[in-house]
Design a protein around this ligand. Structure first.
Ligand code: HEC
Ligand code: HEC
Length: 443
């Protein structure tokens, strides 16, 4: 951690304090020693003078040297007190800030440890690209095993740019139902105390991406989204490719069980090679189609909207599909050989509602744009018949949450001043308008 000037100020003053205490204690010891030695001196016959008595000073001595010395001593002590005390109190606000900064730093560091132990295995690093919840077992409504899948866990590097602090806390407390994201807070039956949850959020706040990185991340995802659209537009080719991929995986497993130099192994290798070539040809065709889709998006608002809706960047952190298209987070289309996993329906509903017929909810595109910009709020009505359904649901994609989140670790409050100037949130208004145009074009 950086050492703040406050902390240095505080420790310098403490050092001066220690020196003064040291001087005073030494002086006391010396005084006592001298006194004790002087008391031992035999000053005369006990009959004339008791052992603990000595001839007193004369009036002349008393009223000149002795008096001056005491008065000067008093004056010096008084001056020291008069100057040192105010000086000491002048440093008090600095020490106060220094302590806050120090404890905030501790809060964030402890949050970092909690994150590394509990979150990183799925979400990757706090300022990174997201990750996957590996080998998550999906079961059907009766608890019967359906498939073991990898489920995208969105990057948390911009989570405070789409949710408020309260909403993030809600998600951490209760988790996301029907997803691998477990409940962490005590209210949801999780293992963390309220303060631990706050520590994790403090750490996340500390690691949030800049506006520029977010804007770049959004655009970087469009190529992947274009490729996915090329597959969705040509399911025959995509299914053929995925079937080949599955078959190759199985055959490779078989190959591993054969003796390496057997004739059977050689035949199987040759077969795999043929299938691989077929697979690669389909893959190349889809890649070329993807490049064409990406190019079209630059001039076609609805295509651009679809790509932004399905944006796979940072494990879906900037897109809509992970909540509004069931199966998107597990690449459901690649399980074409499992009839229990239906293919993805774009905007067909998932954690968030189906967006088909969304024009009934929002009379105008402008109303819908403003909803997507600011997101839902718990219990607050939206559109014609919508109601926000609790924390951490529909994120606000064009809002700046920094001011709502100013209660986050106090260290943040410095950074947050002016933080919303020119900060639009995750998507630009133009991008949100494109998504809305796309949503309204599908029914
Ligand atoms: C077992 C894997 C796993 C672990 C461990 C895990 N998460 Fe998650 N988390 C997920 C997945 C998967 C999602 C997305 C769920 C979905 O698709 O709706 C998610 C979603 C979230 C979201 C919502 C993000 C958004 O934009 O919708 C937040 C915030 C979050 N996790 C924070 C955490 C924190 C903090 C921890 C550690 C205390 C943690 N997660 C641990 C898998 C995990
Ligand atoms: C973290 C999950 C999540 C993500 C990501 C998400 N939504 Fe939503 N969305 C919801 C939920 C949940 C609702 C239902 C309202 C509520 O309870 O907040 C909703 C509601 C909506 C509605 C209103 C639908 C209706 O008929 O009531 C629209 C429109 C919408 N979202 C658009 C989008 C767009 C556009 C994006 C991407 C830019 C997006 N959503 C991303 C979860 C999400």
């Amino acid at each position: 951690m950086e050492i703040s000037p406050h902390l240095i100020a505080a420790s310098a003053q403490r050092q001066i304090g220690y020196v003064i205490v040291g001087i005073v204690l030494t002086a006391m010891v010396i005084y006592w020693l001298f006194n004790w030695l002087a008391g031992r001196n035999e000053t005369g016959s006990e009959i004339e003078l008791a052992a603990n008595r000595k001839p007193n000073m004369t009036d002349e001595e008393m009223e000149t040297k002795r008096l001056d010395l005491s008065l000067t001593g008093g004056l010096v002590t008084l001056t020291i007190i008069a100057i040192a005390l105010p000086l000491y109190w002048l440093g008090e606000p600095g020490r106060h800030d220094g302590l806050i900064e120090f404890t905030d730093g501790q809060f964030v560091r402890q949050g970092e440890e909690l994150f590394a132990e509990n979150c990183a295995q799925c979400h990757g690093s706090a300022n990174g690209e997201g990750g996957i919840a590996a080998d998550y077992a999906i079961v059907d409504g009766n608890g019967v095993f359906v498939e073991q899948v990898d489920w995208k866990a969105p990057s948390l590097a911009a989570v405070l740019d789409r949710f408020s602090y309260d909403e993030v806390k809600y998600i951490l407390n209760y988790g996301r139902s029907n997803s691998p994201m477990p409940a962490w807070g005590a209210p949801g039956g999780g293992p963390m105390t309220d303060q631990q949850v706050d520590k994790v959020i403090a750490y996340l706040a500390h690691e949030q991406q800049s506006s520029e990185d977010i804007a770049k991340g959004v655009l970087d995802g469009l190529d992947g989204a274009a490729r996915a659209k090329a597959e969705a537009d040509d399911p025959a080719t995509a299914n053929a490719m995925y079937s080949l991929r599955n078959e190759i995986t199985h055959l490779n497993a078989d190959l591993g069980r054969l003796a390496a130099d057997s004739a059977e192994a050689a035949a199987l290798s040759a077969e795999i090679e043929v299938l691989q070539a077929e697979h690669d040809a389909l893959d190349d065709a889809l890649a070329a189609a993807g490049v064409a889709v990406r190019a079209a998006a630059d001039t076609d608002q609805i295509v651009m909207g679809e790509l932004l809706f399905n944006n796979p960047a940072s494990s879906g952190a900037y897109g809509c599909a992970r909540c509004h298209s069931a199966g998107w987070s597990i690449d459901a289309n690649s399980y074409s050989d499992n009839p229990l996993i239906p293919p993805i329906v774009n905007g067909g509903g998932g954690f968030g509602p189906s967006l088909s017929g969304v024009a009934d909810q929002f009379e105008t595109a402008a109303d819908q744009t403003s909803f997507v910009t600011s997101g839902s709020k718990n219990g607050i009505a939206y559109g014609a018949f919508g109601q926000g359904d609790g924390g951490g649901q529909m994120p606000g994609f064009g809002a700046c949450w920094a001011e709502d989140n100013a209660i986050l670790p106090r260290i943040q409050s410095d950074r947050i001043a002016g933080h919303c100037d020119g900060r639009s949130g995750i998507l630009t208004t133009e991008q949100i308008e494109a998504i809305v145009a796309y949503e309204r074009s599908v029914d």
